[in-house]
Design a protein around this ligand. Structure first.
Ligand SMILES: Nc1ncnc2c1ncn2[C@@H]1O[C@H](COP(=O)(O)OP(=O)(O)O)[C@@H](O)[C@H]1O
Ligand SMILES: [Mg+2]
Length: 244
């Protein structure tokens, strides 16, 4: 089943065609890799899918029926899309724990059982922080975390939204091996839960290991798509990365 689709999606910055008539179909429950050289439009695509940027043309279709010529952040949340940023964005002056709680409580802001939910939220927050090995840092300010810990906290913030689709922009970049293991385990667990992952990643070893399907972008366009073995051996990909 197709959970997310773009049709002729367009985004321009001045004369730059960052995303240029891009049409892709993303299957539910799959780990999807997006690869392509720097500047090929990968982050812009994620920004369009998560309502951070206005589209210049085309459509985004969710669950086969919901068509958008513009996505807004509240719709993105409503339809269960969560993302992380290539350049991490956290509430810097809040603790690790509060960075999680603020998302959990926002979701249940109309709840009348506030006391009970606080306990419930704390339990959920502990669960997710244990998962990324940050529970022991729960009282530190986000700004004082290491680079890798900040990336893990951002992933935890995406996880607590309990989204259907996770857009991960270079989540492995700059991580130590043990942190990379945590992230790849989380991605595999999401797949086991039948969630959909879209992963931008430059490490082709990781792409081959994790992804069920790959989209290759070049100059805003879809260059080629398919299973890792097929795509990564193809001459299109080698040419895109190394030049013709
Ligand atoms: N906010 C922006 N303003 C102007 N140009 C941008 C902006 N964001 C991206 N671009 C340009 O759009 C193209 C695609 O960028 P990006 O989506 O970041 O590529 P990637 O993530 O694949 O490296 C690049 O040429 C980049 O310089
Ligand atoms: Mg990018």
């Amino acid at each position: 089943m197709t959970i997310l689709e773009t049709r002729n999606l367009i985004k321009r910055f001045g004369g730059v065609h960052a995303v240029d008539h891009l049409s892709i179909e993303v299957e539910k429950g799959r780990i999807n890799g997006i690869i392509g050289p720097n500047g090929s439009g990968k982050t812009t695509l994620i920004n369009l899918l998560s309502g951070m940027l206005a589209m210049d043309g085309g459509e985004i279709i969710i669950d086969d029926v919901q068509k958008f010529t513009q996505m807004f952040p509240h719709q993105v949340f409503f339809y269960g899309i969560a993302r992380t940023f290539q350049n991490v964005r956290l509430f810097e002056q809040m603790t690790v724990l509060d960075n999680i709680l603020v998302i959990l409580t926002k979701r249940n802001v109309f709840s009348s059982l506030f006391e009970k939910h606080t306990e419930y939220h704390l339990k959920k927050a502990e669960e997710v922080l244990q998962r990324v090995d940050l529970w022991k840092k729960k009282n530190q300010l986000a700004i004082n975390l290491s680079y890798g810990q900040r990336k893990l906290l951002e992933i935890a913030r995406a996880l607590v939204t309990d989204a259907e689709i996770y857009l991960l922009d270079e989540s492995f970049t700059g991580l130590f091996p043990e942190m990379r293991k945590i992230v790849s385990n989380i991605i595999c667990e999401l797949k086991q839960e039948n969630k959909t992952v879209i992963l931008i990643e430059h490490d082709m070893g990781l792409i081959r290991e994790l992804c069920d399907y790959i989209f290759v972008m070049n100059e805003g366009k879809l260059l080629v798509e398919g299973k890792p073995n097929y795509v990564l051996e193809g001459k299109e990909v080698i040419e895109a990365y190394l030049g013709k």
